[in-house]
Design a protein around this ligand. Structure first.
Ligand code: FAD
Ligand code: NAP
Length: 238
Protein backbone atom coordinates (compact mmCIF):
# COMPACT_ATOMS: atom_id res chain seq x y z
CA UNK A 1 0.00 0.00 0.00
CA UNK A 2 1.30 3.49 -0.89
CA UNK A 3 0.68 5.94 1.94
CA UNK A 4 1.15 9.72 1.87
CA UNK A 5 0.31 12.55 4.28
CA UNK A 6 -2.43 15.00 3.27
CA UNK A 7 -3.69 18.18 4.88
CA UNK A 8 -7.44 18.42 5.32
CA UNK A 9 -8.71 21.35 3.24
CA UNK A 10 -12.14 22.97 3.39
CA UNK A 11 -14.69 24.05 0.72
CA UNK A 12 -15.10 27.48 2.43
CA UNK A 13 -18.68 27.96 1.14
CA UNK A 14 -21.88 25.97 1.43
CA UNK A 15 -24.40 25.32 -1.38
CA UNK A 16 -25.91 28.80 -0.82
CA UNK A 17 -22.45 30.41 -1.20
CA UNK A 18 -22.28 31.35 2.48
CA UNK A 19 -19.33 30.59 4.77
CA UNK A 20 -19.42 26.90 5.69
CA UNK A 21 -18.22 26.73 9.30
CA UNK A 22 -15.71 23.98 10.06
CA UNK A 23 -18.07 22.36 12.57
CA UNK A 24 -20.83 22.06 9.92
CA UNK A 25 -18.64 20.29 7.34
CA UNK A 26 -19.55 16.59 7.44
CA UNK A 27 -17.05 15.33 4.86
CA UNK A 28 -13.29 15.52 4.28
CA UNK A 29 -12.00 17.72 1.46
CA UNK A 30 -8.49 17.31 0.04
CA UNK A 31 -6.63 19.64 -2.37
CA UNK A 32 -4.08 17.57 -4.22
CA UNK A 33 -1.83 18.34 -7.18
CA UNK A 34 -0.98 15.68 -9.77
CA UNK A 35 2.81 15.61 -9.51
CA UNK A 36 4.40 15.83 -12.96
CA UNK A 37 7.20 13.86 -14.58
CA UNK A 38 10.47 15.83 -14.24
CA UNK A 39 11.79 13.60 -11.45
CA UNK A 40 14.18 10.63 -11.69
CA UNK A 41 11.62 8.35 -10.05
CA UNK A 42 7.98 8.79 -11.09
CA UNK A 43 5.55 9.91 -8.37
CA UNK A 44 3.88 6.90 -6.75
CA UNK A 45 0.50 7.92 -5.41
CA UNK A 46 -0.90 10.93 -7.25
CA UNK A 47 -1.25 9.28 -10.72
CA UNK A 48 -3.22 6.52 -8.98
CA UNK A 49 -5.36 9.02 -7.03
CA UNK A 50 -6.27 10.88 -10.22
CA UNK A 51 -7.40 7.58 -11.80
CA UNK A 52 -9.90 6.83 -9.01
CA UNK A 53 -13.57 6.72 -9.99
CA UNK A 54 -16.66 7.30 -7.80
CA UNK A 55 -17.04 4.14 -5.69
CA UNK A 56 -13.30 3.24 -5.86
CA UNK A 57 -11.82 2.20 -2.52
CA UNK A 58 -9.13 4.18 -0.74
CA UNK A 59 -7.56 3.77 2.72
CA UNK A 60 -7.76 6.78 5.06
CA UNK A 61 -6.01 6.56 8.43
CA UNK A 62 -8.71 7.08 11.07
CA UNK A 63 -6.35 9.25 13.16
CA UNK A 64 -5.31 12.80 12.24
CA UNK A 65 -1.82 13.96 13.19
CA UNK A 66 0.11 17.21 13.10
CA UNK A 67 0.99 20.48 14.78
CA UNK A 68 0.05 22.94 12.00
CA UNK A 69 -3.00 24.09 13.95
CA UNK A 70 -4.64 27.18 15.48
CA UNK A 71 -3.92 26.00 19.02
CA UNK A 72 -1.82 29.03 20.02
CA UNK A 73 -3.97 31.69 18.33
CA UNK A 74 -5.81 34.22 20.51
CA UNK A 75 -8.98 35.90 19.20
CA UNK A 76 -7.27 39.29 18.75
CA UNK A 77 -4.12 38.00 17.02
CA UNK A 78 -3.50 38.90 13.39
CA UNK A 79 -2.83 35.82 11.26
CA UNK A 80 -1.11 35.64 7.86
CA UNK A 81 -1.23 32.30 6.03
CA UNK A 82 1.38 31.90 3.28
CA UNK A 83 1.53 28.89 0.95
CA UNK A 84 2.87 27.54 -2.31
CA UNK A 85 0.50 25.53 -4.53
CA UNK A 86 -1.71 23.07 -2.65
CA UNK A 87 -0.09 24.26 0.59
CA UNK A 88 -3.16 26.47 0.97
CA UNK A 89 -5.20 23.36 1.91
CA UNK A 90 -4.83 23.50 5.71
CA UNK A 91 -5.04 27.30 5.61
CA UNK A 92 -8.47 27.12 3.96
CA UNK A 93 -9.68 24.99 6.87
CA UNK A 94 -8.15 27.46 9.35
CA UNK A 95 -9.59 30.52 7.57
CA UNK A 96 -13.07 28.91 7.71
CA UNK A 97 -12.58 28.10 11.39
CA UNK A 98 -11.47 31.65 12.31
CA UNK A 99 -14.11 33.44 10.24
CA UNK A 100 -16.75 31.05 11.61
CA UNK A 101 -15.83 31.95 15.19
CA UNK A 102 -15.84 35.71 14.39
CA UNK A 103 -12.10 36.17 14.92
CA UNK A 104 -11.32 39.77 15.93
CA UNK A 105 -7.77 40.04 14.49
CA UNK A 106 -6.90 40.67 10.85
CA UNK A 107 -6.60 37.61 8.57
CA UNK A 108 -4.86 37.12 5.23
CA UNK A 109 -4.07 34.17 3.00
CA UNK A 110 -1.26 34.62 0.46
CA UNK A 111 -0.71 31.88 -2.13
CA UNK A 112 2.05 31.56 -4.73
CA UNK A 113 1.21 29.46 -7.80
CA UNK A 114 2.70 28.98 -11.25
CA UNK A 115 -0.43 30.07 -13.17
CA UNK A 116 -3.71 31.79 -12.25
CA UNK A 117 -5.55 28.63 -13.33
CA UNK A 118 -3.89 26.82 -10.39
CA UNK A 119 -5.91 28.90 -7.89
CA UNK A 120 -8.59 26.32 -7.12
CA UNK A 121 -10.34 28.37 -4.41
CA UNK A 122 -10.02 31.90 -5.87
CA UNK A 123 -13.76 32.60 -6.31
CA UNK A 124 -14.63 31.39 -2.80
CA UNK A 125 -11.91 33.55 -1.25
CA UNK A 126 -13.07 36.62 -3.22
CA UNK A 127 -16.60 36.11 -1.91
CA UNK A 128 -15.36 35.77 1.67
CA UNK A 129 -13.35 39.00 1.29
CA UNK A 130 -16.55 40.82 0.33
CA UNK A 131 -18.35 39.43 3.42
CA UNK A 132 -15.60 39.80 6.05
CA UNK A 133 -13.80 43.16 6.26
CA UNK A 134 -10.92 41.64 8.27
CA UNK A 135 -10.04 39.06 5.55
CA UNK A 136 -7.74 39.39 2.49
CA UNK A 137 -6.78 36.79 -0.14
CA UNK A 138 -3.61 37.60 -2.08
CA UNK A 139 -2.68 35.31 -4.98
CA UNK A 140 0.78 35.57 -6.58
CA UNK A 141 1.84 33.96 -9.87
CA UNK A 142 5.31 33.06 -11.13
CA UNK A 143 4.88 31.84 -14.73
CA UNK A 144 2.24 34.11 -16.31
CA UNK A 145 3.37 36.52 -19.08
CA UNK A 146 3.67 39.41 -16.63
CA UNK A 147 6.09 37.28 -14.60
CA UNK A 148 8.43 36.24 -17.42
CA UNK A 149 8.06 38.57 -20.45
CA UNK A 150 10.06 41.75 -19.82
CA UNK A 151 8.52 43.38 -22.90
CA UNK A 152 5.05 43.43 -21.30
CA UNK A 153 3.93 46.79 -19.88
CA UNK A 154 2.58 45.02 -16.80
CA UNK A 155 5.82 43.02 -16.24
CA UNK A 156 6.34 42.40 -12.50
CA UNK A 157 8.80 39.47 -12.54
CA UNK A 158 8.41 36.20 -10.62
CA UNK A 159 6.66 36.90 -7.33
CA UNK A 160 7.90 34.54 -4.63
CA UNK A 161 6.53 34.81 -1.12
CA UNK A 162 10.04 35.79 0.03
CA UNK A 163 9.96 38.84 -2.32
CA UNK A 164 6.66 40.03 -0.89
CA UNK A 165 7.64 39.53 2.75
CA UNK A 166 11.04 41.24 2.36
CA UNK A 167 9.62 44.43 0.83
CA UNK A 168 6.93 47.09 1.27
CA UNK A 169 4.73 44.97 -1.03
CA UNK A 170 3.54 43.05 2.04
CA UNK A 171 1.96 45.99 3.90
CA UNK A 172 0.80 47.51 0.57
CA UNK A 173 -1.12 44.36 -0.31
CA UNK A 174 -2.35 43.57 3.20
CA UNK A 175 -3.39 47.15 3.96
CA UNK A 176 -1.72 46.85 7.39
CA UNK A 177 1.76 46.35 8.84
CA UNK A 178 2.35 42.87 10.37
CA UNK A 179 3.86 43.38 13.82
CA UNK A 180 5.54 40.31 15.39
CA UNK A 181 4.07 41.37 18.76
CA UNK A 182 0.53 40.45 17.68
CA UNK A 183 0.88 38.51 14.40
CA UNK A 184 1.32 34.81 13.65
CA UNK A 185 2.48 33.53 10.24
CA UNK A 186 1.65 30.04 8.95
CA UNK A 187 3.80 28.62 6.13
CA UNK A 188 2.87 25.53 4.14
CA UNK A 189 4.10 23.84 0.96
CA UNK A 190 7.50 23.65 -0.76
CA UNK A 191 10.47 23.10 1.61
CA UNK A 192 12.47 25.53 -0.57
CA UNK A 193 9.99 28.29 0.27
CA UNK A 194 10.16 27.48 4.01
CA UNK A 195 13.90 26.58 4.47
CA UNK A 196 14.07 25.47 8.10
CA UNK A 197 17.32 26.70 9.75
CA UNK A 198 19.89 24.29 11.18
CA UNK A 199 20.93 24.89 14.80
CA UNK A 200 24.60 25.96 14.88
CA UNK A 201 26.71 26.32 18.09
CA UNK A 202 25.78 29.95 18.67
CA UNK A 203 23.13 30.79 16.15
CA UNK A 204 20.77 29.39 13.54
CA UNK A 205 22.28 28.69 10.11
CA UNK A 206 19.86 29.51 7.30
CA UNK A 207 19.98 27.42 4.10
CA UNK A 208 20.39 29.17 0.72
CA UNK A 209 18.59 30.32 -1.36
CA UNK A 210 16.75 32.36 1.23
CA UNK A 211 13.49 30.91 2.51
CA UNK A 212 10.59 32.44 4.40
CA UNK A 213 11.80 31.57 7.91
CA UNK A 214 14.95 33.61 7.32
CA UNK A 215 12.97 36.53 5.86
CA UNK A 216 10.54 36.48 8.79
CA UNK A 217 13.35 36.19 11.35
CA UNK A 218 14.84 39.40 9.90
CA UNK A 219 11.42 41.02 10.42
CA UNK A 220 11.49 40.05 14.14
CA UNK A 221 9.44 36.84 14.01
CA UNK A 222 10.46 33.56 15.76
CA UNK A 223 10.06 30.04 14.32
CA UNK A 224 7.75 27.83 16.38
CA UNK A 225 9.34 24.60 17.66
CA UNK A 226 7.81 21.97 19.98
CA UNK A 227 9.92 23.17 22.96
CA UNK A 228 10.43 26.81 21.91
CA UNK A 229 7.14 28.48 21.00
CA UNK A 230 7.25 31.09 18.27
CA UNK A 231 4.96 32.92 15.89
CA UNK A 232 6.09 31.29 12.60
CA UNK A 233 4.37 27.92 12.15
CA UNK A 234 5.42 25.72 9.24
CA UNK A 235 4.44 22.51 7.44
CA UNK A 236 6.74 21.08 4.74
CA UNK A 237 5.11 18.93 2.06
CA UNK A 238 8.29 17.02 1.10
C1 FAD B 1 2.12 16.84 6.36
C2 FAD B 1 1.96 16.78 4.86
C3 FAD B 1 0.77 17.23 4.29
C4 FAD B 1 0.62 17.19 2.88
N1 FAD B 1 -0.53 17.67 2.34
C5 FAD B 1 -0.66 17.73 0.99
C6 FAD B 1 -1.83 18.32 0.39
O1 FAD B 1 -2.76 18.76 1.07
N2 FAD B 1 -1.90 18.36 -0.96
C7 FAD B 1 -0.89 17.87 -1.76
O2 FAD B 1 -1.00 17.99 -2.99
N3 FAD B 1 0.22 17.32 -1.21
C8 FAD B 1 0.35 17.21 0.13
N4 FAD B 1 1.45 16.62 0.68
C9 FAD B 1 2.38 15.92 -0.23
C10 FAD B 1 1.88 14.46 -0.41
O3 FAD B 1 2.11 13.72 0.80
C11 FAD B 1 2.58 13.72 -1.56
O4 FAD B 1 3.96 13.85 -1.45
C12 FAD B 1 2.18 14.22 -2.95
O5 FAD B 1 0.75 14.12 -3.14
C13 FAD B 1 2.87 13.45 -4.05
O6 FAD B 1 2.73 12.06 -3.85
P1 FAD B 1 3.36 11.05 -4.92
O7 FAD B 1 3.45 9.69 -4.32
O8 FAD B 1 2.62 11.16 -6.23
O9 FAD B 1 4.83 11.62 -5.15
P2 FAD B 1 6.04 11.63 -4.11
O10 FAD B 1 6.96 10.53 -4.49
O11 FAD B 1 5.55 11.67 -2.69
O12 FAD B 1 6.67 13.05 -4.43
C14 FAD B 1 7.49 13.25 -5.61
C15 FAD B 1 7.96 14.69 -5.66
O13 FAD B 1 6.86 15.54 -5.99
C16 FAD B 1 7.00 16.83 -5.41
N5 FAD B 1 5.79 17.10 -4.60
C17 FAD B 1 5.20 16.31 -3.66
N6 FAD B 1 4.08 16.87 -3.18
C18 FAD B 1 3.92 18.05 -3.85
C19 FAD B 1 2.96 19.09 -3.80
N7 FAD B 1 1.88 19.03 -2.99
N8 FAD B 1 3.11 20.16 -4.59
C20 FAD B 1 4.18 20.24 -5.42
N9 FAD B 1 5.13 19.29 -5.55
C21 FAD B 1 5.01 18.21 -4.76
C22 FAD B 1 8.30 16.74 -4.56
O14 FAD B 1 9.39 17.24 -5.32
C23 FAD B 1 8.48 15.28 -4.31
O15 FAD B 1 9.81 14.92 -4.06
C24 FAD B 1 1.64 16.66 2.06
C25 FAD B 1 2.82 16.19 2.67
C26 FAD B 1 2.99 16.26 4.04
C27 FAD B 1 4.27 15.75 4.65
N1 NAP C 1 0.81 23.94 -11.76
C1 NAP C 1 0.28 23.28 -12.81
O1 NAP C 1 -0.18 23.83 -13.80
C2 NAP C 1 0.29 21.82 -12.76
C3 NAP C 1 -0.71 21.08 -13.36
C4 NAP C 1 -0.62 19.70 -13.26
C5 NAP C 1 0.43 19.14 -12.58
N2 NAP C 1 1.38 19.89 -12.03
C6 NAP C 1 2.49 19.25 -11.36
O2 NAP C 1 2.29 19.40 -9.96
C7 NAP C 1 3.57 19.49 -9.33
C8 NAP C 1 3.57 20.67 -8.43
O3 NAP C 1 3.31 21.88 -9.11
P1 NAP C 1 2.72 23.14 -8.34
O4 NAP C 1 2.79 24.29 -9.28
O5 NAP C 1 1.41 22.80 -7.74
O6 NAP C 1 3.70 23.34 -7.09
P2 NAP C 1 5.19 23.92 -6.99
O7 NAP C 1 6.08 23.41 -8.06
O8 NAP C 1 5.58 23.67 -5.57
O9 NAP C 1 5.04 25.51 -7.24
C9 NAP C 1 4.19 26.34 -6.46
C10 NAP C 1 4.76 27.74 -6.41
O10 NAP C 1 5.95 27.77 -5.61
C11 NAP C 1 6.94 28.52 -6.31
N3 NAP C 1 8.31 28.20 -5.87
C12 NAP C 1 9.20 27.35 -6.46
N4 NAP C 1 10.38 27.40 -5.80
C13 NAP C 1 10.24 28.30 -4.80
C14 NAP C 1 11.12 28.79 -3.80
N5 NAP C 1 12.39 28.37 -3.69
N6 NAP C 1 10.64 29.72 -2.96
C15 NAP C 1 9.38 30.18 -3.04
N7 NAP C 1 8.50 29.76 -3.97
C16 NAP C 1 8.92 28.81 -4.85
C17 NAP C 1 6.69 28.15 -7.75
O11 NAP C 1 7.37 29.04 -8.63
P3 NAP C 1 8.16 28.56 -9.95
O12 NAP C 1 7.35 29.04 -11.10
O13 NAP C 1 9.48 29.26 -9.82
O14 NAP C 1 8.30 27.06 -9.91
C18 NAP C 1 5.17 28.25 -7.81
O15 NAP C 1 4.75 29.58 -7.94
C19 NAP C 1 4.61 19.53 -10.46
O16 NAP C 1 5.17 18.25 -10.59
C20 NAP C 1 3.80 19.88 -11.69
O17 NAP C 1 4.36 19.31 -12.87
C21 NAP C 1 1.32 21.22 -12.07
Amino acid sequence: MIRRAYSISHPLLDGSRRLLAQKDCDFLEFYITLVGKPFDTPPSLTPRLFNLRPGSRIFVDPKTHGRHTLESIESTDNVVFAATGTGEAPHNAMVAELLGRHHHGKLASIVSVRYRRDLGYLAAHRLLESCFSNYRYIPLTTREEENIDVSKVDFVGKLYLQDIFSSDMLSDRLGWEPDPANTHVFLCGSPLMIEVPVHGDDENIFPKPTGMIEVLTHRGFQPNYPRVPGNVHFEKYW
